[in-house]
Design a protein around this ligand. Structure first.
Ligand code: ATP
Length: 290
């Protein structure tokens, strides 16, 4: 095999709770992770020139060792003692620094792609154990779908996919660093915790209303305080017919859940027209395998 191709899907959090800050600085979480159809594309080609070469259509992103793709590739090459070369071409579509795990998903796709291209023979569990050393969301991004994520993100339990519906995903024009948000979260002072168990029951019952009624993310206490646009976006989406709306991950991306495509499209138009965000997508949950 000379080349292989992978899609890297974005995720949103239907529920995100933080239980406590551990002594080592990591946070213990309980999150419902869900992939959406928005994805990056990665092409991996063996090259005669040794080393890892990254090319991308996005000028904002580093193409050196700071990119999570290069970190993931270097990790696997080191572990397996590979001295050959690879050229990786990234087509970037997932909003950056958005709370949609774009970097983690690219890293996960890189691990899957290189495992295949260089016939490394890693099992999924082995890839996940290596991946968590680079980022807490990488074990999830390796498999995707609907999952309960616990521990620091490495304990994963598959859940039933949510019912079909439409999503409006809007990323306001501010970049939020995940480190800043977790650094400013007072996990010991949270007065509200989302009903993660209730969301799990609603998923098992296939109840879109049950899921929508329980959307919750404790990281809003940090990001939405800093950026009022987040609450304004949620309000606008609800006003435009969303069953409910929430910030994803550490933000600032907001998503709304819609039963009808026409309502979702009208809401996306309104978000753009009122200038809340330029990166606005109408999309769906994604539980496929490609
Ligand atoms: P998460 O939901 O995991 O917190 P995020 O969506 O908030 O992720 P990313 O888009 O993954 O954030 O990127 C955050 C930072 O990581 C960016 O500032 C970017 O420069 C850097 N980065 C490194 N590699 C990548 C990559 N392949 N894609 C996107 N960002 C990357």
């Amino acid at each position: 095999m000379e080349q292989t191709f992978q899609k890297a899907y974005a995720k949103i959090n239907i529920g995100l709770d933080v239980l406590r800050r551990r002594d080592d600085g990591y946070h213990e979480v309980r999150m419902i992770m869900q992939t959406v159809r928005i994805c990056d594309e990665l092409l991996f080609e063996k090259s005669r020139q040794p080393g890892i070469i990254l090319k991308t259509d996005n000028e904002e992103l580093p193409v050196n060792g700071d990119n999570l793709i290069c970190k993931a590739a270097a990790l696997l090459f080191r572990e397996r003692g590979i001295t050959e070369g690879v050229k990786i071409t990234l087509t970037k579509r997932i909003p950056i620094a958005a709370g949609m795990a774009g970097g983690s998903s690219d890293a996960a796709a890189t691990m899957r792609g290189l495992n295949e291209l260089f016939e490394m023979g890693y099992s999924m569990q082995e890839l996940q154990a290596l991946g968590v050393t680079l980022g807490a969301d990488i074990p999830y991004c390796l498999v995707g779908g609907t999952m309960l994520s616990e521990g620091i993100g490495e304990i994963l339990t598959p859940l039933p996919a949510p019912p079909d519906c439409f999503l409006v995903v809007a990323k306001p024009d501010v970049n939020v660093s995940t480190g800043f948000v977790y650094g400013n979260l007072r996990a010991d002072r949270l007065t509200y915790h989302p009903d993660i168990d209730g969301i799990i029951v609603a998923l098992k019952e296939g109840s879109l209303d049950g899921i929508s009624d329980r959307l919750g993310n404790v990281l809003e206490t940090v990001t939405a305080k800093e950026y009022p646009v987040i609450e304004e976006l949620k309000e606008l989406m609800r006003h435009k017919g969303a069953l409910n709306a929430l910030m994803s991950g550490s933000g600032p991306t907001v998503f709304g859940i819609f039963a009808e495509l026409s309502d979702a499209e009208a809401a996306a138009e309104a978000v753009k027209e009122e200038g809340y965000a330029r990166q606005v997508y109408v999309t769906e949950f994604y539980n496929g395998k490609d």
